[in-house]
Design a protein around this ligand. Sequence first.
Ligand SMILES: Nc1ncnc2c1ncn2[C@@H]1O[C@H](COP(=O)(O)OP(=O)(O)O)[C@@H](O)[C@H]1O
Length: 316
Amino acid sequence: MEGAPLFSFGVIADIQYADAEDGYDFWGCRRRYYRHSLRLLRAAVEAWAAEQPPPAFVLQLGDTIDGVNARRGAAESALERVLAALRRLPAPVHHVWGNHELYNFSRERLARSGLNSRPASAAGAAGDCQAYHFSPAPRFRFVVLDAYDLSVLGRDAAAPRHRQALRLLKEKNPNENLNSPAGLKEPQFVEFNGGFSQDQLDWFNEVLKTSDENQEKVVVMGHLPIHPDSSDRVCLAWNYEDALSVIHAHQCVVCFLAGHLHDGGYCVDSHGVHHLTLEGVIETPPESNAFGTIYVYDDKMILKGRGRISDRVMYY
Ligand SMILES: Nc1ncnc2c1ncn2[C@@H]1O[C@H](COP(=O)(O)OP(=O)(O)O)[C@@H](O)[C@H]1O
């Protein structure tokens, strides 16, 4: 490895824990190791804690517990097990909210849970949007985006934002089952995805403008991928192009980290931004794992992946 990094941070996605027998994805192709995912998380925490020095923080990219918990009345206990495993880290965790958080909890409940990692002092987007930014070291900034700000999940059916999202979803997806992308020109318009409100995009644009002015390097994260080459066509954020346009209007963004697509993905886009979609813990066999540590240098970030996650060098 290179000389000493400026700092390092851990990354992990789609733990989707449930105290349930193994199952399969929608197509019946990929096995989901619901119970085992907690063991893999504990192994990741042990590995991070043993690093010298340990990561300065960990980014959890969404879907900590599976939607099956809600149907079994086990949401609170499952979340507590995941949070207890993460509390053994000698470092804070920044949480992104995914569709499975919203199958289990309302946004109001999440805001009062251990999955609300937005520091009281952190500047964030307006309303109930869970977007904020923080600077762990001089000249570096991390932006947490809320890919379900515009969504039919997590809000009361009478809430204006829910009604706005349902209108948009039905406009784009005429299928009776709104989770089905069958026949769609824009197949990302399914109920298990969401998008970014204009308010959040405006806020994001202002954050990146200030980062440009201060010559910062920025890492952005959200549950849903925003580049077609780092995802399949279904798993993208509804208005991924709007988020990409904001990023491309600025110089400062180094990489975009996402989860959701359990097979993972990676590309460098036309503006040199790295898009890294992490392989999900839930579809990782018991003998492997899916997490990593990113070491930050003046000119690059080096991802050291464990198990299914590949090593990568991301130059600025
Ligand atoms: N192609 C599809 N057609 C219809 N429903 C689907 C399709 N893909 C997924 N779903 C449904 O959408 C929901 C979310 O899908 P799932 O694969 O479980 O999401 P995640 O990858 O976030 O766990 C599930 O209820 C699933 O059955």
